[in-house]
Design a protein around this ligand. Structure first.
Ligand SMILES: Nc1ncnc2c1ncn2[C@@H]1O[C@H](COP(=O)(O)OP(=O)(O)OP(=O)(O)O)[C@@H](O)[C@H]1O
Length: 349
């Protein structure tokens, strides 16, 4: 008996060893795959390589860039890369998120104000355009900008000129503009929510960022990248993920794109006690998952499905001429043992 237990233990250890070697090899492969020179942008997909190529092309010019794409696809990352690869890289990149600024403050935030311009304006203040002089301004969520401010922005784009709120001196700046939006600006133009002239001024060099679900080959790489990042942050040593969990991630639609994947991995790292990422907490709702019918199933899953469907047809009768065993052309005892093995039980009993 002891010998048998020892043999089982050895076989188990051998299996764990093999699994660990396989994971190690996959890990190695993933790390070798990142080959472009954008240090913090992780991707190996062809579609995204085209995006990065556009970044390289436009960066050294002084042209206005409009980055479009769903939330969390990495638009800000692209804006930083453009600035870093531009001739303005030694100067500031000033970011403005047009969606979080209250309407009453946005003009003074962008263009500054004079002392006494409004209640509370107790001294003169420079706006973000002045701060960005000689550098780049990144206008995130530009679709949220109120129409009257859009008119003022148009003037900066056309003449490089503006006045501080409450001021009558015209200021001139030399600023490169990178704008980003997760709304379709063209549609907003049609709905009269975005100025057409401003749209054309911004749309000089559009870059369309790609949703994560359209570049699923990047999911393993990004997962590994975030695993490393959060392991380091938490002081843990998690560097492996089970193939079945990777498959689950690759089948998910990621409405929140890379940011959502990053959050999933961060939480899993916090919850993992060992070296292999424990993703058991993550159960996305079926609506966001891809259609089950398009998933590739294992042999066991297919057998399970066939047996359950047949049993439901026969009202869970196994033997007899109208039983499931006869339909499946199996001996009833064989079907019983297969059901036990696959964990098939009638749920209402
Ligand atoms: N290719 C990538 N490689 C590594 N990290 C990425 C990549 N794309 C996005 N991220 C990460 O995902 C998160 C979201 O990216 P980012 O803020 O640039 O997206 P966004 O499109 O600007 O989002 P929003 O529209 O909501 O402002 C960030 O933490 C960013 O570092």
């Amino acid at each position: 008996m002891r010998r048998q237990e020892e043999a089982q233990l050895k076989a188990g250890l051998l299996q764990i060893n093999q699994l660990s070697q396989q994971l190690e090899a996959e890990n190695q492969y993933l790390q070798e795959e990142v080959s472009h020179h954008f240090e913090n942008i992780i991707s190996k997909s062809k579609a995204y390589a085209e995006v990065l190529h556009q970044v390289e092309q436009v960066a050294p010019t002084d042209s206005t860039v409009l980055i479009e794409g769903e939330s969390g696809t990495g638009k800000e990352l692209i804006a930083h890369a453009i600035h870093r690869l531009s001739q303005r890289s030694q100067r500031a990149l000033v970011k403005v998120n047009c969606a979080v600024l209250p309407e009453s403050l946005i003009e003074s935030e962008l263009f500054g104000h004079e002392k006494g311009a409004f209640t509370g304006a107790d001294k003169r203040r420079q706006g973000r355009f002045e701060l960005a002089d000689g550098g780049t301004i990144f206008l995130d969520e530009i679709g949220e900008l109120p129409l009257d401010i859009q008119a003022k922005l148009l003037r900066v784009l056309q003449e490089g000129e503006f006045e501080r709120v409450g001021g009558n001196v015209t200021l001139t700046v030399n600023v490169r503009i990178i704008a980003a939006t997760n709304r379709k600006l063209k549609q907003m133009v049609g709905q009269k929510k975005f100025r057409e002239d401003l749209y054309y001024r911004l749309n000089v060099f559009p870059i369309e960022n790609i949703p994560l679900r359209e570049r699923t080959e990047d999911i393993p790489l990004l997962t590994q990248h975030f695993l490393k990042k959060f392991s380091l942050k938490t002081g843990k040593q998690i560097d492996k993920i089970l193939p079945k969990d990777m498959k689950r991630l690759q089948q998910y639609r990621f409405p929140g794109n890379v940011r959502e994947l990053e959050n999933i991995i961060e939480r899993a790292v916090i919850l993992t006690p060992g070296e292999i990422l424990d993703l058991s907490y993550w159960k996305p709702d079926n609506e966001s998952s891809r259609e089950r019918s398009t998933e590739i199933k294992t042999m066991e899953e297919m057998q399970q499905e066939l047996i359950i469907r047949t049993l439901e047809k026969t009202h869970w009768r196994v033997s007899g001429p109208d039983g499931a065993a006869a339909i499946l052309d199996m001996h009833p005892q064989t079907l019983y043992s297969r059901m036990r093995k696959l964990g098939i039980k009638r749920s209402d009993r």
